[in-house]
Design a protein around this ligand. Structure first.
Ligand code: GLU
Length: 452
């Protein structure tokens, strides 16, 4: 039995229902298996078996009271996946789809992503099946307080530092931080993504989107191209999508789509600053639906996305580049074929694992510049790392300083991926490059630290 088969059998036997976790593990195993033949010490040290088992999983009840006085019970999680190179670090996701398998896939990806950033951060992820959609501020506050009333005993600035993800932004981080501070009587950098006035970092909201576009620019530069004039499909309309669009506009590209869970807009004239400002207000302040965009801007059309659709028509438009910034598995095999047919030759993933394995294989087979999430979206957690640094120093850097560091980190991730892909005999394969680079740093640290 090969190493890949052995590990896949192991994770499937142990946790048969965790489909997304199996998918994430399988992709990494395929990339790193050849290393084990060259360095049998890794096999002897059982590094693969150790990597796929979280160091700790915390699962807890989150009871809360809604505005009508009704009691609700949600489930809270924190997966502390790997702390070989630093405190556990990774976001919290509040979404009805959240379960153990999804959070384990995200925590697993986070381990390699964080290793790639060059900063000292281990990997973790957490969240809840709580749905913030339609909830009042007070309901969200009570939920966050109840969530932290358990989580506070497991996290800390040197232990585990959560942040945001889908459904968790500055508002939620504020409520979570307030509760942590009250319970511990301690003002520390236990969370990142904080607001500026009390320990947050400039550029953190922008970081994932900006970083993704910096990574795309680096990929294009290998073919002596830039983003100027390129038509770009962007999915999602939250934080990552908004700042992807912003940076695309800075660099002279033409973003034409945005989406949410109900549907997407296609704007033939392209988004501009004014339209983006409308989207920010719509999504971040009014918490409305993207459909309103097409009511306001007549150059655009809205298409509903129904669950029974076999493909997502957002990916079926003529374009040069695609930036999936919504959620996992949003590009299936048919979507990937449509993208290729429509002339898309660059895909940079702002979301985590947005492409199913068949799509990834197609992108690589057809020679697309394909930046997998754990490399292309590492800018967010990188600036979280920089927020931790600033908190430890009790200093705040300027916008320029943080942006410059972010840019340098994304360039360095790109360079390392290219070099590692060449060394692995798969030049230009960023999946192999990212997985191998992330893997080596973590497992070498694990071996140094003994069997713990
Ligand atoms: N949730 C983000 C990610 O997927 C950011 C995590 C963080 O800043 O810790 O990388």
């Amino acid at each position: 039995m090969s190493d890949v088969e052995r590990i896949m059998q192991l994770v499937k036997d142990k946790d048969p229902g965790e489909r997304e976790f199996h998918q994430a593990v399988s992709e990494v195993m395929e990339s790193v298996a050849p290393i084990l033949d060259r360095y049998p010490e890794y096999r002897h040290q059982r590094v693969l078996e150790r990597l796929v088992e979280p160091e700790r999983v915390i699962l807890f009840r989150v009871p809360w009271v809604d505005d009508a006085g009704q009691i609700h019970v949600n489930r809270g999680f924190r997966i502390e996946m790997n702390s070989a190179i630093g405190p556990y670090k990774g976001g919290l996701r509040f979404h009805p789809s959240v379960n153990l398998g999804i959070l384990k896939f995200l925590a697993f990806e986070q381990v390699f992503k964080n290793s790639l950033t060059t900063l000292p951060m281990g990997g973790g992820k957490g969240g809840s099946d709580f749905d913030p959609k339609g909830k009042s501020d007070l309901e969200v506050m009570r939920f966050c307080q109840s969530f932290m009333a358990e989580l506070f005993r497991h996290v800390g600035a040197n232990t585990d530092v959560p942040a945001g993800d889908i459904g968790v932004g500055a508002r939620e981080i504020g409520y979570l931080f307030g509760m942590y501070k009250k319970l511990r009587n301690e003002f520390t950098g236990v969370l990142t993504g904080k607001n500026l006035g009390w320990g947050g970092s400039l550029i953190r909201p922008e970081a994932t989107g900006y970083g993704c576009v910096y990574f795309a620019s680096e990929m294009l530069a290998t073919r002596n191209q830039t983003l100027e004039g390129k038509t770009c499909l962007v999915s999602g309309s939250g934080n990552v999508a908004q700042y992807t669009v912003e940076k695309l506009l800075d660099l002279g590209a033409k973003p034409v789509t945005l989406s949410d869970s109900s549907g997407f807009i296609y704007d033939d004239a392209g988004l501009d600053r004014e339209k983006l400002a409308f989207v920010k207000q719509l999504k971040n302040v009014r918490r409305g639906r993207i459909k309103e965009y097409s009511e306001k801007f007549k150059t655009s059309v809205y298409t509903e996305i129904r669950p029974d659709m076999t493909h997502n028509p957002l990916w079926d438009h003529k374009a040069n580049c695609a930036f999936p910034c919504a959620t996992q598995n949003e590009i299936n095999g048919q979507d990937a074929r449509n993208l290729i047919k429509n002339g898309v030759y660059l895909v940079a993933e702002g979301a985590n694992m947005p492409t199913i394995p068949e799509g990834v294989d197609l992108f690589i087979e057809h020679g697309l510049l394909y930046g997998p999430g754990k490399a292309a979206n590492a800018g967010g957690v990188s600036v979280s790392g920089l927020e931790m640094t600033q908190n430890s120093m009790r200093l705040a850097w300027t916008r320029e300083e943080v942006d410059q560091r972010l840019h340098m980190i994304m360039k360095s991730i790109h360079k390392t991926c290219v070099e590692a892909s060449e060394q692995a005999g798969k030049p230009g394969n960023y999946v192999v490059g990212a997985n191998v680079t992330g893997f080596l740093k973590v497992v070498d640290a694990m071996i140094d630290q003994g069997v713990v």
